[in-house]
Design a protein around this ligand. Sequence first.
Ligand SMILES: [Zn+2]
Length: 151
Amino acid sequence: MTTLSGSVVLYNASFEPMGRVSFQHAVKMLVRQVAVVHEQLEERMIGPYQWPVALRLVRYVATKWLYHPAAYTRRGVLARDRHRCAYCGDRAATIDHLLPRSRGGRWTWDNTVAACGRCNERKGSRTPAEAGMRLRFDPWQPTRAQVAAWA
Ligand SMILES: [Zn+2]
């Protein structure tokens, strides 16, 4: 977990990620005691509080829409796969279609994975099975809450 964005990850009381709030908003939530520090920077305080990297709501908030499937984006696929190639694990900046686009493969969470340029080129317009390339994981459909936590 990083603090690069200057925002704080917010978890529901059920430990599901809900997205991010600004640091300032996070501190207000601590003061109002609606959230507790879930992850903190060591040896750093803000007033009487631990320096929050992630907060957790004290009470569960029903946010059904958060658990709906996220809209598809290429950026989302790279984030889901942590910018690692689905075939070799190297840094990935391209998107590979399992069923190639030239053969009707679609831009969906289930049909796309992050891939490095080398594997993408090697695979070409074949399926992983045809190319004899193994996926390190199966692509999956994230929820809006998961995508929000990556943003
Ligand atoms: Zn690769």
